[in-house]
Design a protein around this ligand. Structure first.
Ligand SMILES: Nc1nc2c([nH]c(=O)n2[C@@H]2O[C@H](COP(=O)(O)OP(=O)(O)OP(=O)(O)O)[C@@H](O)[C@H]2O)c(=O)[nH]1
Length: 147
């Protein structure tokens, strides 16, 4: 590594693995957003996140999100019901997260916490009262603006 690569944060950041994760703000009729609490034993345990997960090879982001919503919450939706809102680009210690956030207002089924400890419907203005992953914090303002 050159001297400049060791001191320039842009260059050192680019050495981190880029991880593509899709996330979704499910929005109910009262304009509340669904957040889910991460279980013990996982990184960032106890934090409240938007449902979603990593995009697997061969999947579009929308396919990945539809799969994750089914696996994590037991709800079904389709691409036409997923509206891109914003994205997070955040450097964690071991990887750089790129996370598009979609809004979904139409789905089938009642969300169940299949992989999380708990689920909560929250008005976007109250999201700051919950501990969320650092990457998610800039996503709160666009949700407040929208809802
Ligand atoms: N689903 C989701 N993941 C988020 C959010 N914010 C955030 O930093 N992440 C990070 O993005 C990654 C999500 O990938 P994941 O859900 O497939 O990974 P995981 O750690 O739960 O499990 P895994 O690595 O065993 O698959 C995690 O590192 C998670 O901490 C968020 O709002 N929603």
């Amino acid at each position: 590594m050159t001297d400049s690569a060791m001191t320039d944060p842009a260059i050192t950041d680019s050495a981190k693995k880029l991880v593509l994760v899709v996330a979704c703000a499910l929005v109910d009729a009262d304009r509340r957003v669904l957040i889910a609490q991460r279980p013990e034993g996982k990184a960032m345990a106890g934090l409240w996140e938007f449902p979603g997960g990593k995009v697997e090879p061969g999947e579009t982001p929308e396919e990945a999100l539809i799969r994750e919503l089914r696996e994590e919450l037991g709800v079904d939706t389709k691409t036409a019901c997923l509206a891109p809102l914003s994205f997070a680009s955040h450097s964690y210690e071991n990887f750089h997260l790129l996370m598009p956030l979609y809004v979904c207002r139409r789905w089938q089924g009642l969300p169940q916490p299949r992989e999380h400890v708990a689920l909560k419907w929250v008005r976007p203005q109250r999201l700051r009262e919950f501990s969320m992953p650092e990457a998610d914090l800039p996503l709160i303002a666009p949700l407040c603006d929208l809802l």
